[in-house]
Design a protein around this ligand. Structure first.
Ligand code: NAI
Ligand code: MG
Length: 353
């Protein structure tokens, strides 16, 4: 089969991690007889430099005409002083919205080989960590009305509508059915009206899923529970803002933000796949970045958008094997590891496919 993949390499370490991951994908193509046709498009800082806007219309059009989008990371200090709507992040939020990608799936899984890289005590990790954060991606305070009152103050409106909460809740309940059968909805219903509304809608949707266990936590407590008792979680369902923060926290429990992939999905099979980390300007261009989060994002792409399960399993198995062989990028290294750069880590994974 022939698949059309739009590629946004992005800024900072983006090009390094995406190029390493495309090589993995090419090897999969060779091995299983698929062709991946890449169209490289611009967004974020690179797009600002080339065309003066963080999200050119051509990028949206080409992404829409593709089977899936692979993205590195956008942003960096070079563009930090631009106004909000001209910044690279506006490109990221804009593309998620333009493509209707309202569900962000962020699995936080600890590879047994990386047990020592987790900041958690072994007794808390127990027999491993496996949490799926389902984060709403196109609503909440990130997309609410923004106001700036001169140099006196500013506001961002937090809001959610019923259809927005219903569809993300269904994604969480459907995911829980395929996993551990439990959803923890995270909100701040003791204080926020949006959260009380969120909770009431989630309770309604839960009636469609009597086989799935549901509980609710306030976000501050959820942040704490993640580090003291992560095993209580199976699927965490939450809004855009809380999900942004909790998924970074969950990622660290697994050793490094450089390990965690994500899928952003809409109503159909089309999706955008990216590591959860940013453009890491502190290590950009030094061949130090961990490409595994992006490689695992490619595996999610094969599984969710292209329906290529064996191929996805192959990539995940190769990552596991590479870690078992002791190869580590700097972010996950310990005193016994063989420290490799981004390029070499990619090559080791390919040799283990
Ligand atoms: P970051 O995720 O880029 O970096 C945080 C820390 O983690 C840094 O010390 C970095 O070196 C390290 N790190 C991140 N990815 C790594 C990898 N693959 N391998 C090894 N180490 C890794 O977050 P930060 O510093 O807050 O943001 C930097 C820029 O990225 C900002 O402009 C920010 O807006 C942007 N950003 C973009 C995102 C996206 O495109 N999805 C998400 C988050 C931030
Ligand atoms: Mg974030």
């Amino acid at each position: 089969m022939n698949y059309k993949i739009a590629v946004i390499k992005g800024d900072g370490i983006g090009p390094e991690i995406v190029e390493a991951s495309m090589k993995v994908l090419d090897k999969i193509g060779e091995k299983y007889g698929h062709t991946f046709d890449y169209t490289e498009v611009l967004a974020g800082g690179a797009a600002i430099d080339a065309c003066g806007t963080p999200l050119p219309q051509e990028t949206v059009d080409i992404c829409k005409a593709s089977d899936a989008v692979l993205l590195g990371a956008l942003g960096g200090p070079k563009w930090d002083n631009l106004p909000g709507d001209k910044r690279p992040e506006a490109g990221l939020l804009g593309i998620r919205k333009a493509l209707g990608l309202f569900a962000n799936l962020r699995p936080a899984m600890l590879f047994e080989e990386l047990r020592d890289a987790s900041p958690l005590k072994s007794v808390i990790i127990g027999d491993g960590l496996d949490v799926l954060v389902v984060r709403e991606l196109t609503g909440d305070v990130y997309f609410g009305e923004k106001k700036k009152d001169g140099d006196f103050g500013a506001s961002d409106l937090m809001n959610y509508t019923r259809p927005e909460v219903e569809r993300i809740a269904r994604v969480a309940f459907d995911s829980a059915r395929k996993r551990g059968g439990k959803v923890t909805s995270v909100d701040k219903a003791n204080v926020l009206e949006t959260s009380r509304f969120w909770r009431s809608v989630v309770l309604e949707i839960a009636k469609e899923y009597p086989d799935v266990e549901l509980d609710h936590l306030y976000v501050d407590n959820a942040a704490m529970q993640l580090v003291i008792n992560p095993h209580q979680f199976d699927v965490i369902l939450t809004g855009n803002l809380f999900g942004d923060i909790l998924s970074d926290e969950a990622s660290m429990l697994t050793g490094s933000i450089g390990m965690l992939p994500s899928a952003s999905l809409g109503e159909g099979k089309f999706g955008m796949y990216e590591p959860i980390h940013g453009s890491a300007p502190d290590i950009a261009g030094q061949d130090k970045a961990n490409p595994i989060a992006t490689v695992l994002s490619v595996a999610m792409m094969l599984r969710y958008s292209l329906g290529l399960t064996a191929e996805a399993d192959n990539i995940e198995g190769a990552v596991k094997k590479t870690l078992a062989q002791g190869y580590r990028t700097g972010d996950i290294a310990n005193e016994n590891s063989d420290v490799v750069g981004c390029v070499e880590m990619g090559e080791k994974i390919i040799s283990n496919l």
